[in-house]
Design a protein around this ligand. Structure first.
Ligand code: MSP
Length: 539
């Protein structure tokens, strides 16, 4: 059984990133979009490195929560899911420029057939047995809770026990179910966490999981028999498979488990499962144990993002701010939206959204620092050199500092975004470089140098503007995974495609190599990267 360690040489070729598959009981909100944008940026970053990437997202469509929502809306669960997926989920991801390679729905046959095979296989291996269970269940989480985790209700809920995540009363369920022998995997899981300190990220999340496992794991109920909206247990069709077992398997079924061995070999397991911290235990305990039971390789990393909060609580369907992702994109634009949450919140920590904070950062960091730099440089190349990028004459100390600053920004951003999933740190590294270039222009005062019409003056002006334009060439590449439309506008304005090819073809590894943009390119003023914001709309 291979549970740890590297893959056999030549087997796995793709860098595989997943988001959670989302419940379709309602339309996506800012919280869902947060994880999905992070996944998109991570996978675009690796594509920009020239790696083969597989980015998966999708929807979790079974279980009691979806069934009840559909009932309440007077339609069948399948009709409900179809409508939400087509009218709400897929359009939002398209709008946010999410470049997923596949979209898996757990009601698809390619998934349900494979889920049955997987579970049957575990049953045949003796990993599953029949037993009874009675305990508090939260339908919001679709999870049995431990009595010790519950909160005491107050006010309307006085005298009742509440789910710590949803702050709603739990239901006591008593059922005869099938159980997976999860309790037998505690030591193996602990050994895995020990041997792979980066398996769970961030450290606080890792500690929480390790402590939880150390307390001893209970076997996991993996079937339900009181409702039927799920994948039937193949050997006992009175039961449906527990929605979490069904859902976790999407990471295998979507990449060809038991169906397309070549695809499965080259893609599975995921390098990174991105999850919210609310669903960390499912991914860091149950999922690896299911894989170990099958002798399948384990994912490289489970990375938990913190919560977007509203009034001190996790943003959720019931306490939404009333602000939809589309309300923000129509005001700030899609690129700024993709940038903002990763820039403002340290990945892994909780964070609150504020319209004022977004406006302030948009204006100072995007419009003033970055947008103005791009437009000033293009305008000066236009004014002083007729739009033809001049060659750099002689690089002095100031230019060397820019070269060094760029090399540092590239190395830091690549490590932080590509490896550490420290999106905020990576973005800051890039924007520190933007600030450095702004400072360089302020100090060099090209508008004053332009008044010196001697050969020496012209050469100096050429060097300054080349240095600034070449810096922007690198910034366009580095920001492409985060703000693809803006990077494209900048790329067009620099006239870079004619000599360097498409933006997608630029490698992060080469971004810091100085002098890639050849002199003689046609630089045009181009579109404003970050237009001045309109007044904040009133609700
Ligand atoms: N269907 C399960 C996941 C199954 S994965 C095999 C589920 N779905 S969910 O619709 O509730 O979405 C959960 C995910 O959405 C969270 O784990 C997180 O990634 C994201 N978020 C939902 N609300 C969020 C916030 N308020 N803040 C940050 N992320 C949030 O659980």
């Amino acid at each position: 059984m291979q549970t740890t360690g590297p893959q056999p040489a030549g087997a796995k070729k793709e860098y595989y990133v997943s988001t959670p598959i989302y419940y379709v009981n309602d339309a996506p909100h800012l919280g869902h979009a947060y994880t999905t944008v992070a996944g998109d940026v991570l996978s675009r970053w690796h594509r920009q490195r020239g790696e083969k990437v597989w980015f998966l997202t999708g929807t979790d469509e079974h279980g009691q929560k979806i069934m009840r929502t559909a009932d309440a809306n007077g339609v069948s669960p399948q009709e409900w899911c179809d409508k939400l997926v087509e009218e709400a989920w897929k359009p939002l991801w398209e709008h946010l420029e999410i470049a997923n390679d596949d979209f898996i729905r757990t009601t698809e046959k390619r998934h349900t057939d494979r889920v049955q095979e997987f579970v049957q296989d575990l049953y045949d291996k003796g990993e599953i047995y029949k037993g009874g269970y009675e305990g508090p269940y939260c339908v919001g989480c679709e999870e049995y809770k431990l009595p010790g985790e519950l909160l005491d209700g107050e006010g309307d809920f006085a005298g009742q026990k509440l789910c710590p995540v949803h702050k709603k009363p739990v239901e006591i369920l008593k059922e005869e179910n099938y159980f997976f022998k999860l309790s037998e995997y505690g030591d193996k899981l602990l050994a895995r966490y020990e041997a792979n300190p980066d398996f769970i990220q961030p450290e606080s999340a890792r500690n929480e999981v390790v402590n939880f496992v150390r307390q001893g794991l209970q076997d996991l109920s993996i079937s339900r028999s009181t409702f039927d909206w799920g994948v039937p247990v193949p050997w006992d069709e009175k039961h449906v498979i527990y929605v979490w077992v069904d859902a976790l398997l999407n990471y295998a079924t979507a990449v060809g488990y038991n169906e397309n061995p070549a695809k499965f070999e080259s893609t599975f397991p995921a390098n990174v499962h991105l999850v919210g911290k609310d669903i960390l235990r499912f991914h860091a305990i149950i999922w690896p144990a299911m894989l170990m039971a099958q002798g399948l390789p384990l994912p490289g990393k489970v990375a938990a993002n913190g919560w977007l909060m509203v009034g001190g609580e996790k943003m959720s369907k019931s306490n939404l701010t009333g602000i939809k992702p589309q309300d923000l994109t129509s005001h700030f634009g899609v690129d700024a939206y993709r940038w903002y949450f990763l820039r403002a919140i340290a990945f892994g920590q909780d964070g609150s959204f504020s319209w004022e904070d977004f406006s302030a950062r948009y204006t100072s960091e995007l419009a003033n620092d970055y947008g103005n730099l791009a437009s000033r440089v293009a305008a000066m190349v236009g004014k002083y050199f007729g739009g033809e990028l001049p060659a750099s004459a002689a690089d002095g100390e100031a230019e060397q500092a820019i070269h060094g600053g760029l090399a540092k920004a590239v190395a830091e951003a690549d490590r932080k975004i590509g490896e550490d999933l420290d999106f905020q740190g990576g973005i800051l590294a890039i924007f520190d470089f933007v600030k450095q270039v702004n400072g360089y222009i302020t100090e060099q005062e090209p508008w004053k140098v332009a008044k010196d019409t001697s050969d020496e003056g012209k050469a100096r002006l050429a060097t300054i503007l080349y240095t600034a334009a070449e810096s922007l060439r690198a910034v366009a590449v580095l920001l492409n995974p985060i703000m693809p439309d803006t990077s494209q506008k900048l790329w067009d304005s620099l006239g870079a495609e004619a000599s360097l090819g498409t933006l997608a073809d630029q490698r992060v590894q080469d971004a810091g190599t100085w002098g890639r943009l050849p002199a003689g390119m046609t630089v045009t003023k181009g579109a404003v990267l970050f237009p001045r914001l309109e007044e904040k709309p009133t609700a």
